[in-house]
Design a protein around this ligand. Structure first.
Ligand code: SF4
Length: 223
């Protein structure tokens, strides 16, 4: 069988019905605040309960053994448009969906931070009963001046430490922090440990509300 018999060709006369309004599409794409790879529905592996998960593009950590290296490129994936936001909101409007998880890639990749902040603010306003989880390769740290994030990857080769504060930290319920470490993961597997919601046991599942209340890093109980 040759290719012509395998492929269905849309007749030229019908082609227009299958094409987008390019002006409208171009406008939506150019106003896209970030790029992403996938929106998972009814996800049970990336946070408590059934969740919608947004897999964002862009990550500077480059952990050896990363499961999603295709998400490292901030220009990879596709633009997040109003249509995609509508899909996320449709999922969040379901009673059985506990909340939203931002993953990637890294939602705290420098080019993603402000867009994630705006989306979280909107989610909080529209869905006040849903919770917000966020996965990052940065490590949450504490100094006498407050909490900040730091790139603690042992292979980090930058001249200056990549550190920043997140003034809107209180908008997040749970942060799973730290780089993925394949050697620690191998040790976890060897010892029969299955770190819940984490790739390797050096990562922490941090209860942000309790952390801010107690002024010290508090991990989520029962993990
Ligand atoms: S932080 Fe996550 S997405 Fe980024 S390289 Fe590490 S494991 Fe992969």
């Amino acid at each position: 069988m040759d290719n012509d018999t395998l492929l269905y060709r849309i007749p030229d006369a019908e082609l227009e019905n299958y094409m987008c309004d390019t002006d409208e599409e171009d406008a939506l794409v150019s106003s896209s605040p970030f790029r992403y790879h996938n929106i998972s529905h009814d996800d049970m592996l990336n946070g408590n309960g059934l969740r919608v998960v947004l897999w964002m593009s862009g990550c500077s950590h480059k952990c050896p053994g990363c499961q999603n290296p295709e998400t490292w490129d901030c220009n990879g994936g596709i633009p997040f448009t109003e249509w995609d936001k509508a899909e996320v909101y449709e999922q969040l409007s379901k009673d059985y969906i506990k909340g939203i998880t931002f993953s990637g890639g890294d939602p705290l990749y420098v080019g993603n931070r402000e867009a994630v902040h705006q989306l979280i603010l909107e989610v909080r306003k529209l869905f006040p009963t849903k919770d917000v989880w966020l996965y990052t390769g940065y490590t949450l740290k504490q100094s006498e001046r407050g909490f900040y994030f730091s790139d603690d990857c042992p292979w980090y080769g930058g001249e200056f430490p990549d550190q920043f504060t997140l003034p809107w930290l209180d908008q997040i319920d749970v942060i799973v922090d730290g780089h993925f470490d394949k050697d620690i993961r191998a040790k976890d597997l060897k010892e029969g440990a299955d770190p819940h919601w984490r790739g390797s046991s050096n990562q922490r599942v941090i209860d942000i509300k309790e952390t801010l209340k107690e002024c010290k890093i508090i991990e989520l109980g029962g993990v």
